[in-house]
Design a protein around this ligand. Structure first.
Ligand code: VGL
Ligand code: ZN
Length: 208
């Protein structure tokens, strides 16, 4: 079974959103072509879904500014602007994304005390979301991952897919993803490639 995992293609990470990724909205038509390609047996989308006052928000830590490096529950934590608050427009999937064709929408980042970049588990690697069990139950042996943001949630999801699902082929779809900083994207791609994740484009899927 082949799965497509769409990470956090939400208003909050697109221009006009609270944690806008440059050109974040450009992934939407590419993701839609992948969804419609007929190449996937299973399509899953993750959604960053924070309670108000989440511990990753700079506004929850007096004196801290967005993009300061601080601490959350004793671990280093990037301070983010308030983003993807549950039930707000910022947290909705992008309105042009082909949501009806998505088989499962999985929400993450609900625990105040720990951030969750990966769609598979919290950053402290304690609590799992259940996605790895779901993929195992569905006998998934190939996972293509893309979305927002390459240097955070996409990278951590891809690395966890590799680690938590031994034997599963994991690929990152570059043109269906965007990152927060260019340096972060380059480092993330280098790290994914070094760990054995295939770096591909949507054309490799659609024409392949
Ligand atoms: C993300 C920072 C904070 C992401 C989510 O989706 O990459 N980044 N929350
Ligand atoms: Zn977040």
């Amino acid at each position: 079974m082949k799965a497509l995992l769409l990470i956090d293609i939400q208003n909050g990470f697109c221009p006009g959103g609270n944690l806008a990724v440059p050109d974040g909205d450009k992934v939407v038509p590419v993701a839609n072509r992948l969804i419609e390609s007929g190449k996937y047996d299973l399509i899953v989308a993750s959604q960053d879904w924070h309670p108000e006052g989440h511990g990753s928000f700079a506004s929850s830590h007096p004196g801290k500014q967005p993009f300061d490096l601080h601490v959350l529950s004793g671990k280093p934590q990037m301070m983010w602007p308030d983003h993807c608050v549950q039930g707000t427009k910022d947290a909705e999937l992008h309105p042009e994304l082909r949501v009806p064709e998505i088989d499962l929408i999985l929400q993450k980042g609900e625990n105040h005390h720990v951030d969750s970049y990966s769609a598979f588990r919290d950053n402290d690697q304690d609590a799992i979301t259940g996605l790895s069990n779901f993929f195992q139950d569905q006998a998934v042996d190939e996972i293509d991952i893309c979305g927002l943001a390459t240097d955070y949630c996409v990278k951590f999801s891809a690395l966890d897919a590799l680690e938590m699902l031994p034997g599963v082929k994991v690929r990152f779809i570059e043109d269906a993803s965007r990152g927060i900083t260019p340096e972060g994207v380059t480092a993330a791609i280098d790290e994914m490639r070094a760990k054995g994740i295939g770096i591909i484009t949507s054309a490799d899927v659609i024409d392949g």
